[in-house]
Design a protein around this ligand. Sequence first.
Ligand code: DNO
Length: 357
Amino acid sequence: MEMSFRWYGFGHDSITLEQIRQIPGVKGVITTLYDTQPGEAWTQEAVHALREGVETSGLKICGIESVNVHDDIKAGLPMRDMYIDNYIKSLTALGKEDVHMVCYNFMPVFDWTRTDLAKPRHDGSTVLAYDQAVIDSIDPEDMFASISGDTNGFVLPGWEPERMEHVKALFELYKNVDEEALMSNLVYFLKAIMPVCDKYDINMAIHPDDPAWSVFGLPRIITNEANIHRMLDAVNNPHNGITLCTGSLGTNRKNDLPKIIRGLRGRIHFAHVRNLQFFSDTQFEEAAHLSADGTFDMYEIMKALYDIGFDGPMRPDHGRTIWGEKCMPGYGLYDRALGAAYLNGLWEAIDKSQSLK
Ligand code: DNO
């Protein structure tokens, strides 16, 4: 396991590489070319400049989150082959710059969805939260407006205003796309990109849908163990893997996270580890990483990752906003740094107790 930290790039993040470098055990960053749009071909020059910037600070790029997939690919529209060609160009640029892990998602229209970005918590922090009753009471077109006031001026990943301006048109795109069609569009995409992944040894790590069920009637497929295996078996190449995101897959309380992890040996290429606190099956808020602060047993999750020999990048995921920090909701320095230290501590303890046996 290699501990990493998500960083949004020069000019887009309140946190500096120098600060990240001082978090014990963090070896590198998970980043992206934040100025690109889904569907655009990345150039090797741009990736090289990003890499150089990161390496100058003594860190490295542990992986990209995300190279976003254009909606025409997800919806299976005629232009998809052109966008897939561009995706292959982006992967080539990354491969040539020695980047070997790419996180992406296949969620239609909205990426991760929360109904509150600054919910006050009992400990005085604020956190991201989700309440299905709120989703059921609003129009999808109002979704962006309802959360955009709480972002502290940051552009949230997956909620870029340029895309959100076209929500209605985006919904139109998917009107004939059900879960079966979405799955087959995903398989089509994966089959097309596997040769370049093989050539440059790039691990593709699909991010689970968050929450792990349909929102606003849109199809969602990376939601449970059976669907994950279906996707992996359909393109049975070790480069076709997943991002094990506990906070996303774990939204569905039927998903037994340690069990799912144990069944995915060799196919988990990236791990996002965080905790949730539930109020009902469809209402939850994000907790501190510590097991006792939420619902998940973080020891069992880390132990399962350890036992399957997980050796990819891991990052602490969304943190609470604490200590008066002004940051992108979920992506402040302080609570994620606490999360990294805690997860590293669990890993060290598991590792040492294994070697005592
Ligand atoms: C939210 C993130 C997601 C994730 C994408 C991957 O905080 O976990 O936006 O990066 O779904 O493409």
